[in-house]
Design a protein around this ligand. Sequence first.
Ligand SMILES: [Zn+2]
Ligand SMILES: [Zn+2]
Length: 268
Amino acid sequence: MILGDYHVHTPYCPHGSTDRWEQYIIKAIELGLEEISFTEHAPLPESFEDPVPEKDSAMNRHALESYLAEGLTLKQQFASDIKINLGFELDYLEGYEFETSQFLNTYGEVIDDAILSVHMLRLATNHYACLDYSADHFGEIANQLGSTEQVYDLYYRTIEKAVCADLGKYKPTRIGHLTLIEKFKQKYPLTKDNSDQIEQILRLIKDKQYCLDINTAGLYKPDCLSIYPNKKVIQRAKELFIPLVPGSDSHEAATLTRGFQLISPYLD
Ligand SMILES: [Zn+2]
Ligand SMILES: [Zn+2]
């Protein structure tokens, strides 16, 4: 049985629900979890413009101090019931490594857990697109780049840069939803084999002694219907003895540990 959910959002997520922290914590305790990691989307750098129309990809930077203060209070309040880890899901933004390192150097010391994820692709200098915003938007990116294959290729090249980037001593060592680019694969299937590219990334992750977020959210996305990373990639990661860390990527309390019965065979 999986005893922790290590990828959970909070009321500080502007594209999530308004569920309160306590709802997540009480639900986690009811589920018998011993541990929960709150990994809110870290604020985007001030100089980076959120490419999403609603500008709601990440936590507001002005809310950062209260996020940390509230999290710390709850951690202490529930200490005898559950271990609460407080941290971030941090975007790897190609070209913003300096700003990202500065953020980590400021807050790395006070957090317990973190995930490094790629949601944004740099299409050109100062031109970014959010790869998981919507199927239509994915289609637009594919049109701009020339094909679905090019979007996948750019995504995995960006992941490779994320794995290799020097983001200072607090760089997260867990890579978020490695195959997030498959979110719309039912509509935009990949027609080319990319297993060599993924193999190379897994080897880099192995060399750096990083681990992988095994993220069940994709199972419930109608155009995806699979785990991130997909089963084949999880299998390969397991063969390489890369540590696998389960997360539901919940943006509401009700979905904590959703789909964990499907990933538990990989985590034994
Ligand atoms: Zn989110
Ligand atoms: Zn994410």
